[in-house]
Design a protein around this ligand. Structure first.
Ligand code: A2P
Length: 289
């Protein structure tokens, strides 16, 4: 849980954290509080999730309870499609800081590469990074072609590319390119939205190692040098998911998981044209008292 990877700018990032996608403010507040109390250091949210206020509240609450320090946490958030562009990204960033009630962000990502606008968005991230408001900047959901285009126009190389990555969708070409360009790969939906948990190969390995299916997948992420942020809103699963330091998958068993790749995205992925259209922001009721 404490292990970190060193990003291409020298910043250390935990290999393991909590995701809070599809979680309302109150639930996110609770999950974040439980996670940090149980040793999590990395929390991953996004403006689009509509729960940054709840995440911020969870951070403050848990620091108060544990006596911990903000500097020991690693907070990731993202700029969404509707804010793509230079000035709009700068404005979105300040809104995000305000919602989270933080003075800086550890890792700020372009959530989706909106075609025609992601270079301008990147230049805004570079400015915020150079101004010292973000410790590392990165991207999410960039294929290799868009990444190459970004690299051709960037003065700062992205530190991270966050992709859908799980045994059923291993994004091997993107992982290769990330390794070659010194970019850390990070997995969203590492459990395949729950689907990979039912796979027979994963369950055989779970039996063999006396671990749960989720722990097998998350350990495999770590052994592949992939940062992982499983989402759960249940305290027992939040704890279970973090218990992956006390065993190691053999090379042979890693290969069994490598062979599971079907290049299959989770169901919702194809529902929306993420690279072009601007989806309306999620707006949630939030009583910040
Ligand atoms: P829940 O939030 O009810 O615990 P992913 O991160 O791949 O998108 O997967 C998240 C899904 O997997 C959520 O539906 C979450 O449900 C479920 N999940 C998370 N951890 C576990 C676990 N240890 N065992 C079973 N299901 C899990």
């Amino acid at each position: 849980l404490d292990e970190t990877t060193t990003l291409n700018n020298g910043v250390k990032m935990p290999y393991f954290g909590l995701g809070v996608w599809q979680t309302d403010n109150h639930t996110a507040q609770n999950s974040v509080t439980e996670a940090i109390k149980n040793g999590y250091r990395l929390i991953d949210t996004a403006k689009e999730y509509g729960n940054q206020a709840g995440v911020g509240k969870g951070i403050r609450e848990s620091l108060k309870e544990t006596g911990g320090n903000r500097k020991d946490l690693f907070i990731t958030t993202k700029v969404f499609n509707g804010d793509a562009g230079y000035d709009s990204t700068l404005n979105a960033f300040y809104d995000t800081l305000h919602e989270l009630q933080l003075t800086y962000i550890d890792l700020y990502l372009i959530h989706w590469p909106v075609d025609g606008r992601y270079i301008d968005t990147w230049h805004a991230l570079e400015k915020l990074y150079k101004d010292g408001l973000i410790r590392a900047i990165g991207i999410s959901n960039f294929d290799n072609e868009r990444l190459q285009n970004l690299l051709d126009h960037a003065t700062v190389t992205p530190a991270v590319n966050q992709m859908e990555y799980n045994p059923l969708n291993q994004e091997k070409e993107i992982h290769e390119m990330a390794k070659m360009t010194g970019i850390q790969l990070e997995a969203w939906s590492p459990l395949g939205g729950g689907e990979a948990l039912n796979d027979p190969t994963i369950n055989q390995l779970a039996e063999k190692y006396h671990k749960t299916a989720a722990q097998i997948i998350l350990r495999w992420n770590y052994q592949q040098d992939v940062v992982t942020i499983p989402k759960s809103t249940h305290t027992n699963r939040i704890i279970e998911n973090s218990q992956i330091a006390d065993f190691e998958l053999s090379e042979e068993d890693v290969q069994k998981i490598q062979a599971m790749d079907k290049k299959k995205h989770t169901i919702w992925y194809d529902e929306f044209d993420w690279h072009n259209a601007i989806k309306p922001e999620t707006v949630q009721e939030w009583d910040d008292t």
